[in-house]
Write a protein that binds this ligand. Structure first.
Ligand code: SF4
Length: 89
């Protein structure tokens, strides 16, 4: 029931500027939880990817300076890769 309510709160056509800053994290969590399992990175690998991002000079406030993605989204997609010339993951 709680999950159903959360899904309804996600605005698929909203920009970040349309979302209250305190809701960003909640929207991200809902999005990640709603990813299809066939496209989702396995949890251990996901955490390893994020660990690499944390140590990377290109990470800036959760965003990769090379691709412009929120790394927590990019790393969650199995088929994505680090966009650096020398990829960390
Ligand atoms: S360059 Fe790669 S490791 Fe660095 S922040 Fe971007 S995605 Fe993460």
């Amino acid at each position: 029931m709680q999950m159903e309510q959360n899904k309804q709160r996600v605005c698929k056509r909203c920009l970040l500027s349309d979302i209250a800053p305190e809701e960003y994290l909640e929207h991200m969590r809902i999005y990640l939880n709603g990813l299809d399992e066939s496209t989702k990175t396995e949890e251990a690998l996901y955490q390893e990817r994020l660990s690499q991002c944390r140590d990377c000079e290109n990470l800036n406030e959760g965003i990769c300076r090379i691709c412009g993605c929120f790394v927590e989204f990019r790393a969650a997609i199995k088929g994505k890769a680090c966009p650096a010339i020398h990829p960390r993951w």
